[in-house]
Design a protein around this ligand. Structure first.
Ligand code: GDD
Ligand code: MG
Length: 397
């Protein structure tokens, strides 16, 4: 793969936020051209070997809830062969057992493709038992099952990836219509992660565009309704501390992102659809140097590198019901508002934005986000004692 070098970077304590990089060539060729040895070159060639090395250690978590089976199969088909797909489903199991249909689809596809996979239901007793055995009970609800929500599925997925000994985790939504874009996202994950000299790294994808039908033709929108607002406010959060206005954050809501396992285990998470915005907030809280926790010092010494990379494929996914977007805006801004880093000036701006959009009323405050502490507190050795991947797919330890 060939990537543009980031043009500039913004530092927030130990966090290095790189500006957007473009994909120049999805396939960079067998060998780099000689010109790449020139230090003034603006394109980085990432050798195929390096990409494959990372993909062998990369689990791709696919959160899914009642998505079309064809789309799920398309997503699997787009993943580079060496990555391990981990499907974390919260689909219906009553009346029509959609989870059973998903299991059949994934099993069939992977049997033909000779591909390793795992699939688990987020609300299953087996998933709950694993979480409980590791002592991470904050993820469980009053019935003792993993809580509902996309973030909750993703956290359960990280746990499985770690139990499988993976070194990296990536996330790809199940409702993607273009397998080719999934392939590009994952190649971007491996190319992005390969750039990091620190074990604490994150790669976030900015879609090239999101096609929509407008009038009689297609319109390729650049920014989503949620990301437009959350990017702006995350940038405002950074500039409140640096005193310099910035536009470095371009991927405030990136559902498609990947992390090194070191970073995935170190971070805190927030519930539902606020998780992606919270990644930024939490990186700044934990590694920004405003308040230092002893357990964060090793990561802070090595640095936390964040890469934002723009795909060439457009992103076409399933249209969800109205109200979903408002809820996502509310959840995303609530994690900024309730962060100890959020200044009074920024709080006033967030309230103004949420009131302007009629998401909260005049005297209301944004909802307090549900948070989950770092997975460092999970006892993986204990969980491993009851973990049998062969009951949930064909992958072996
Ligand atoms: N396991 C699990 N549990 N998966 C879920 C749940 C859940 O409770 N709720 C939703 N999902 C799955 C969906 O099936 C889909 O595959 C993925 O999570 C994203 O959900 P969508 O409902 O399609 O969200 P979206 O398309 O509006 O938003 C996506 O893009 C945003 C960036 O614009 C999400 O990835 C957001 O998190 C992201 O911020
Ligand atoms: Mg979607």
């Amino acid at each position: 793969m060939r990537l543009e070098l980031p043009k500039y970077s913004e530092r927030f304590g130990a966090v290095l936020l790189h500006d957007l990089q473009k994909v120049y060539e999805m396939d960079g060729g067998f060998q780099p051209d000689e010109v790449f040895s020139n230090p003034f070159h603006v394109i980085r060639h990432i050798e195929a070997d390096k990409l494959f090395q990372i993909e062998k250690d990369l689990a791709i978590i696919i959160p899914t809830k009642n998505e079309r089976l064809r789309l799920l199969e398309g997503v699997l088909c787009g993943l580079p062969h060496d990555c391990l797909p981990i499907v974390l489903s919260n689909s219906d199991t009553e009346a029509i057992d959609r989870f059973r249909l998903e299991c059949q689809t994934v099993e069939n596809y992977c049997c033909y493709a000779k591909k390793k996979y795992l699939i688990m239901h987020q609300r299953s007793k087996e998933m709950a038992a694993l979480v409980k055995s590791g002592g991470y009970t904050q993820l469980l609800d009053e019935r003792g099952l993993v809580r509902n929500g996309k973030a909750e599925g993703m956290i359960a997925g990280i746990m499985l990836a770690r139990l499988m000994g993976k070194k990296y985790v990536g996330f790809v939504d199940a409702d993607n219509y273009f397998p080719g874009s999934v392939f590009e996202y994952v190649r971007i994950f491996s190319a992005g992660l390969s750039q990091s000299t620190s074990p604490y790294a994150m790669v976030r994808i900015q879609w090239h565009s999101k096609p929509k039908i407008e009038g009689e033709g297609l319109f390729f929108a650049k920014w989503g309704r949620v990301s437009r607002i959350s990017n702006l406010l995350l940038n405002r959060l950074i500039s409140q501390y640096t005193a310099f206005e910035t536009d470095v954050v371009k991927t405030g809501n990136a559902g498609e992102h990947a992390m090194s396992m070191e970073l995935a285990l170190q971070m805190d998470y927030s519930a539902g659809f606020s998780i992606e915005t919270h990644h930024f907030v939490n990186l700044m809280e934990r590694f920004g140097g405003v308040k230092v926790l002893p357990e964060d010092i090793p990561a802070m010494q090595q640095g936390v590198y964040l890469y934002q990379i723009e795909s060439r494929n457009p992103h076409l996914h399933d249209a969800k019901e109205d109200g979903h977007v408002e809820e996502m805006i509310h959840q995303s801004l609530a994690v900024i508002f309730h962060s100890p880093l959020c200044t009074e000036v920024l709080k006033t701006e967030i309230l103004g934005e949420l009131r302007r959009l009629h998401i909260i009323k005049k005297h209301e405050l944004p909802q307090i986000p549900v948070k989950y502490g770092s997975l460092q507190s999970l006892d993986f050795a204990k969980a491993a004692k009851i973990w049998d991947p062969e009951k949930h797919g064909n992958a072996k330890l």
